[in-house]
Design a protein around this ligand. Sequence first.
Ligand code: GUN
Ligand code: FE
Length: 440
Amino acid sequence: NVMAQSAGNLKAFRGSLVDIAKVVDQPQDIDQQVRSVEDGLLIVKDGKIEFAGEYQQGKLLLADDVLVHDYRGKLIVPGFIDAHIHYPQLEMIGAHGEQLLEWLNTYTFPTERKYGDKEYATAMAKLFLDQLFRNGTTTALVFCSVHPESVDALFEQAENFNMRVIAGKVMMDRNAPDYLLDTPESSYSDSKALIEKWHKKGRALYAITPRFAPTSTPEQLELAGRLREEYPDTYLHTHLSENLNEIAWVKELFPEQNGYLDVYDHYKLVGERSVFAHGVHLEDHEFCCMGDKGAAIAFCPTSNLYLGSGLFKLHKTWQYNVRVGMGTDIGAGTSFNMLQTLNEAYKVCQLQGKKLSAFESFYHATLGGARSLYLEDKLGNFDQGKEADFVVMDPAATSLQQLRWENSKSLAEKLFVLMTIGDDRNIYRTYVDGKLAFQK
Ligand code: GUN
Ligand code: FE
């Protein structure tokens, strides 16, 4: 006794569905969780997944007046999740010649200065969201600049799409040019006002965002910790153990603390919904602490290679049960595209003698990324009731891709090749909240 539903708020999409059924504890368990439906149907109702499965079964749920978008020959996958990105840095991608600390002083700080101008920030926020969507990224954890205006600009633009975005005002009160500094008190009150204004408004979420330990005084970190206590369901977003000179500097600035992670821990900033970009040089006891406390790492391979920061030990996140998502880290990262980010992740693992599989990569970019943001009950796969953010990918956008797709024998091989030679050319449609946000 199937009740066929008519058009109303129903939308239906036919194509090959691929997603990951469940969160896993070990990478070797991912293969069993891959769900693949060659001739599939995705039904969306009021921005939520209503059905994902066989077309022949799903079509029985639809009345005759429901238009089925025909994406046969294409792959429909959950929207990609970018666990670390800076929107004010899109305009300085590809800045030449420096490692982290010099790169910040030479390129980053002068660029971020511009985002005190609301109109300018708004124009860049529009461009930023367009870049995300044309790359199939539907959720991102985003650094704004030190200016509250930059945060308003981003959330206002994301609101137009009812996008699930997480963002916050940078807190930094030392070791940067005067024109970019706030104070402990102003960073506290500005962040608080932004939380009240934006956190949980629609799908927006707020992240308390001290830039990194060297640019905050102990007083400011203390106040960041107080905000965390006052708003326990907000996020904490910062950088950690990216570069060796940075780590040595943190040791000088915080001699009482037992290492970089311990600085954040001392100020009660390490816990659930704490997301730390990089963690390239973490020690085992630090991975262990993060696993125990439910904190997450954003793995940013294009950035880590570009700034010469080092090779992230992805295998340690499995060993210590640390949540991990993929980050592009634009503008130190070199691509908005998740396929390209996974391509570089594979090479980072290769250089350490590890074999990152296609399915594990896909997991990190979707369900695993959702878990890193404590959103695995809302995003990351096509379970009924989840938010309808998804991407239609054309796996054969070029003749080389088509050749390689057709002569690949398994889904694992097909996906792996797509991650290696694919990019924004493969993003055919992007849907956010069940609505078209980008089309090629
Ligand atoms: N550490 C502190 N600030 C930054 C930044 O803007 N980008 C990167 N990659 N690392 C940082
Ligand atoms: Fe970053």
